[in-house]
Design a protein around this ligand. Structure first.
Ligand code: GLY
Length: 409
């Protein structure tokens, strides 16, 4: 079996790691400095080059990590050449690529969501915004690399932010804007996969989106994560019946991964967003918690036999601390050597690469998020202690990481 993974981040590194437990030959485009441990790296520059590579190398299955190629139609394109691709087709891309259309879908299908408005002009948007209590949640409608959400506490400032959005802060992505009632609760990510008809629940993870400790500072792609997330049986049942099943019933034909960004208040879930893929940095902990053969799961999606697939989780805790470049998510310097990776004991942590490359046999920083240090143990505290031990030992100039992953909820 030959699999091509598309993507270059920590999520894709974790996908390769889990798949390397199975009998499979792995390829990745473009990958990062951590990919060669598991896969052959190839640089495919467009859909046509991906298609040609798959045909020439008899690739059985492609996994698409990030949302952009999915929203650009990679699945429809590859499948028109009979290359099976684990991701949804273009008809479902709006679930992530348009926050407004996704909210309208949720509202139509009675899925619990915060009160919202969807606007294509400033005046109407500002009228609606004024009708809400602070803080104000302003979201770019389109894809903005995880940075399109602003939470603003002051009406005057919110007006300015709204103006900036409509004036093209996120180019096409903020030509339309969603304004949402703020719910003060506990955020979690819930993951499923689908084979076009049936679904399986594949875990919860907690993601830390803010740059600074105590959930302060700007939004990032994610600074840490952990799994499992302890929630009550009653809440889990509500998430499945009110969110997952009402969604799945109305997206028949969807295949691949889907994750729900949820906020929980008073034991009631509300959907903040859909993502038509696995999350980053949630995947880095999720795959380690899976007690099943990932390759077999992918085959059951391909063969539409997911209903018979048994999902089990390890009875362990996993916690990921992201090591980033100081300055991320804005301006930051790269090109620094990463030291002490040889001191990592894989009985205590697994390190997944995000923004790295191998240059002259050395690992060098190339991105904002550089490494994911995932500790594991019998408790969240043990996982946390191990992750932080190596977050401190592994070193590079300009290293920055949050100190409160797994402490604050
Ligand atoms: N961690 C959130 C995301 O992948 O969008």
């Amino acid at each position: 079996m030959k699999i091509l993974v598309i993507g270059s981040g920590g999520r894709e590194n974790a996908i390769l790691h889990k798949l390397s437990e199975s009998r499979v030959e792995l390829f990745i485009s473009p990958g990062n400095g951590g990919s060669s441990k598991y896969a052959k790296r190839v640089k495919l520059n467009n859909f046509e080059e991906i298609k040609d590579f798959c045909i020439e190398n008899k690739i059985d299955l492609v996994i698409v990590g990030p949302e952009n190629p999915i929203a650009d139609g990679i699945v429809d394109y590859l499948e028109s050449y009979n290359i099976f691709t684990i991701a949804p087709k273009l008809e479902f891309a709006y679930l992530e690529a348009s926050k407004g259309k996704a909210k309208e879908f949720m509202k139509r299908n009675n899925i619990p969501i915060p009160n919202f408005g969807y606007f294509d002009n400033f005046n109407k948007a500002f009228e609606f915004l004024k009708s809400l209590n602070p803080p104000y949640v302003i979201k770019a409608d389109g894809l903005a690399g995880g940075k399109g959400v602003s939470i603003v506490y002051d009406l005057k400032e919110a007006k300015e932010v709204l103006k900036e959005y409509f004036e093209g802060k996120f180019k096409e992505a903020s030509k339309k804007v969603v304004i949402e009632e703020y719910i003060d609760g506990f955020e979690i990510s819930a993951f499923i996969c689908m084979d076009g008809k049936d679904y399986k629940f594949i875990g919860y993870a907690k993601d830390y989106k803010k740059l600074l400790d105590n959930d302060k500072g700007p939004n990032t792609g994610g600074m840490g994560s952990y799994t499992p997330v302890e929630i009550s049986e009653n809440l889990h049942k509500k998430i499945i019946s009110q969110v997952v099943e009402r969604t799945v019933e109305n997206i028949q034909g969807y295949k691949g991964f889907l994750f729900f960004g949820l906020i929980i208040k008073d034991e009631q879930p509300y959907v903040l967003e859909y993502n038509i893929r696995l999350g980053d940095p949630e995947t880095q902990v999720l795959v380690l918690s899976w007690d099943f053969d990932f390759l077999e799961l992918l085959i059951s999606i391909k063969e539409k036999t997911l209903n018979n697939f048994k999902i089990n989780f390890k009875n362990k805790h996993f916690l990921n601390v992201v090591l980033a470049s100081e300055g991320y998510p804005f301006e930051f310097k790269t090109g620094y050597e990463i030291k002490n990776l040889d001191k990592v004991d894989e009985k205590e942590v697994i390190v997944f690469h995000s923004g790295t490359e191998i240059i002259d046999n050395k690992f060098i920083t190339t991105g904002g998020r550089v490494l994911n240090v995932v500790g594991f143990g019998e408790s969240k505290e043990e996982a946390r202690e191990k992750a932080y031990k190596y977050a401190s030992i592994i070193d590079f100039e300009n290293k920055y990481y949050r100190k409160d992953i797994g402490i604050i909820l």
